[in-house]
Design a protein around this ligand. Sequence first.
Ligand code: 0O2
Length: 270
Amino acid sequence: MDILLWHKILSPYELAVQELVLKFDHMKKEHRERGIYCPIENVTGRVKTISSILEKMQKKEIPLEQMEEQVEDIAGIRIICQFVEDIERVEKLIEARSDMKILCEKDYIRNQKESGYRSYHLIVQYTVQTIDGPRALQVEIQIRTMAMDFWATVEHSLQYKYKMKIPAHIKTRLSNAADAILSLDKEMSSVRSEIMDAQVSSQLQNRLVADILNTIENLYRLTNQREVEKIQDEFYRIYAAHDMEELKRFHQQLDIIAEGYRAQSVAEEM
Ligand code: 0O2
């Protein structure tokens, strides 16, 4: 039997994980920049440890030569959402991409596992470029809410501690906790639109304030200090009043003033 060179095998999976985390983080950034709600709250990734790969192969009686084909989660991405409804939106974002091809889905939300585990899994094909050429790999993407993730993380640690033989009284507690997580997700979904509105307006306000202060700073270079101080004082007054509409109006007026000063300074230079 050939010697398995683990580093060489796992290296493209490490690249896939790094690239995918970067791409999902970029999706978050694009949503933020356009002032639209992002269904992705957080993204992490990992390459399965060698001992965990071997354990899975032993458990499922997978021969070494079929490892990459049958162990679908050597590369794993975990996407955390705030609400159950966001999970489908993330799935649609993935479906629409040309660099990830969905090979199969496992819906443990509609079909909760006996343990109480809830999560939505996609196995996707993702191609990385290596010095030996392109490599098409399988990647498991787990999509779940923060609440589902909390439960899964705790239960996973207990599985590790008790080596799959979790005592009955702890299993009962975990099952009760899974029910509580289910109702927590339902409660959060019922206030989803309020929370989404609040988050989008907070993002808009952050962008507006950053834009205004940037314009004031540019004006400071173009015109006299006293004038700019008056504008800045006016901004602080409006900001303190927490009036978003007034802030938007101020932003528009400031843009017109700044444009005027810019035109004037260009004319003076000529
Ligand atoms: P790790 O340490 O996260 O890599 P199977 O053995 O049939 O259940 P399969 O066929 O690989 O596993 O697919 P499945 O069921 O979709 O499981 C893939 C991963 O989902 C697991 O990887 C876990 O991360 C997670 N998962 C599945 N079931 C449970 C569960 O009951 N509790 C928790 N906490 N996580 C679960 P690994 O290799 O088991 O573990």
